[in-house]
Design a protein around this ligand. Structure first.
Ligand SMILES: C[S@@+](CC[C@H](N)C(=O)[O-])C[C@H]1O[C@@H](n2cnc3c(N)ncnc32)[C@H](O)[C@@H]1O
Length: 204
């Protein structure tokens, strides 16, 4: 079942409604589509067949599920890690993954995403950040040397709600790290960074 399947989209839509009903914050529906598109494009263009995708501040995994489907549809063997403080919400996400019968390695970790990223031994292909707004830089600092060349970092709430932290984060990514960074003008704004340096072979 790929994302063109309307039954599958209905399941994800119901899950989105359930999160909203339970007061579990999520990115917007259209932003999920952006996560899917960026991740899918990265996987296909780089031709990397395996690796790691991390959702830092995953809530109940609504953001995660779009990246999981990018892996399913790209046909790679990437593992996906969802991190959040709340076990209950991550357990709800695990139930969704089971219900969908996905043959993708999806893991959850309960705890502080910045700390977990700092201890994470793997090289990361795609990272999505949606933690406390003043801790995005700390999260990137913790993992920046283990982001693969050409790897992608997406960051939520770059436009709304407005915070100085978002400005600082974008400045850090583009000026301090010197990685190509833009903001996708979605409802809340998604920062999109490509890690520069190293060699990336594109499969075109
Ligand atoms: C806006 S919600 C995330 C929504 C999720 N990205 C989605 O779209 O479904 C923010 C989540 O980040 C979690 N969080 C915030 N700071 C965190 C941190 N430092 N480590 C782990 N989780 C964190 C909160 O518990 C909350 O569930």
């Amino acid at each position: 079942m790929d994302l063109r399947d309307t039954n599958l989209l209905r399941v994800i839509e119901k899950y989105y409604e359930k999160c909203n009903y339970m007061g579990i914050p999520t990115i917007r529906w259209s932003e999920g589509q952006i996560l899917y598109s960026v991740t899918y494009t990265y996987l296909v263009l780089t031709g990397r067949r395996e690796g790691y995708i991390v959702d830092a501040g995953a809530g109940a995994g609504f953001s995660t599920i779009w990246m999981v489907y990018a892996v399913v549809d790209a046909g790679t063997r990437h593992s996906i890690l969802a991190i959040d403080y709340y076990k209950r919400n991550l357990d709800m996400f695990k139930e969704l993954v089971e219900k969908l019968g996905l043959k993708v390695n999806v893991e959850t970790r309960v705890g502080d995403a910045c700390q977990i990223l700092g201890e994470y031994p793997e090289e990361v292909d795609v990272l999505f950040i949606d933690v406390e707004k003043d801790r995005y830089i700390e999260c990137v600092e913790a993992v920046k040397d283990r982001i693969k060349p050409g790897g992608i970092i997406m960051a939520h709430n770059m436009l709304f709600p407005y915070t100085r932290s978002a400005e600082k984060y974008l400045n850090y990514m583009s000026r301090i790290l010197g990685w190509k960074t833009t903001v996708i003008p979605s409802e809340m704004g998604i920062g999109l960074t490509v890690k520069s340096g190293g060699t990336v072979c594109l499969r075109i």
